[in-house]
Design a protein around this ligand. Structure first.
Ligand code: PEP
Length: 242
């Protein structure tokens, strides 16, 4: 079985003005000088990509975009292409985050097209999936996530171009997390859809207190971290737990 190095990725969402964003990036880069056994990635807002990339240079912390358009260029006001992310120094793009699926109406087909766009530009796609509270309570979490994967992943997926983030919608930003047994069960189910060696991250209210328990699960290959990635100390504590 292929080795899966943990990845701890910070999704800053729509947070970060130049002063605090740069201080955060420098804080992460500074801490990452210490030995660590995981890959590290930060995904700032588009406006900060260039400056954060500069702040991270010389460190092994990677840079990612929070979304990309499926087209390489064109009349798509307000959008950013995967090629533009690549030009800005990104190695990864998050696609299909539930905040985009639910607030921007993105479908599995959109996510699949964005995944292909990320690959076209030479980026690793971090494809997010996850069930709502109602779907979990109806006992449909595995079925829903399986359908999202079937619709969102191109047939030609390979482990070096793909990371899957399991992010239950009801756990994002709420302080709630599934039980470790539930995380282990759904990660094992997700793995059956993926090429050997693909990393599966858990995301949803990961913090320095719960990270060690979640990241110790055999099927969890790292974390996608929202709120706790906005503090360098907290992000680093999660990285150390990986
Ligand atoms: C996210 O939005 O990807 C996320 C996991 O957020 P939080 O850690 O704040 O729940």
């Amino acid at each position: 079985m292929a080795e899966r190095k943990p990845l701890v990725a910070g999704n800053w969402k729509m947070n970060g003005r130049p002063a605090d964003g740069l201080a955060l990036a420098r804080g992460v880069a500074e801490r990452a000088r210490a030995p660590h056994r995981c890959d590290l990635l930060v995904c700032p807002p588009f406006t900060l990509l260039a400056a954060v990339g500069e702040a991270l240079s010389g460190s092994d912390v990677m840079l990612g975009g929070q979304d990309c358009h499926s087209a390489p260029s064109g009349a798509f006001t307000g959008c950013i292409s995967a090629e533009m992310l690549k030009d800005a120094g990104c190695s990864h793009a998050i696609v299909g985050h539930s905040e985009r699926r639910h607030t921007c109406g993105e479908t599995d087909a959109d996510v699949r097209a964005k995944t292909l766009a990320a690959w076209r530009a030479g980026l690793v796609a971090i494809v997010c999936v996850g069930e709502t509270r109602a779907e979990r309570e109806a006992g449909k979490a595995i079925e829903i996530v399986g359908a999202q994967l079937a619709g969102s992943l191109p047939d030609e997926a390979s482990a070096d171009q793909l990371v899957v983030a399991y992010e239950p919608v009801w756990a994002i930003g709420t302080g709630l997390t599934p039980t470790t047994a539930d995380i282990a069960e759904i990660h094992a189910a997700i793995r059956r859809h993926l090429p050997d060696g693909t990393r599966i991250l858990y995301g949803g209210s990961v913090n320095p207190k719960n990270a060690a328990e979640i990241l110790a699960l055999a099927e969890v290959d790292g974390a996608l971290v929202g709120g706790a990635s906005l503090k360098a100390d907290d992000f680093w504590a999660i990285a150390q737990a990986a």
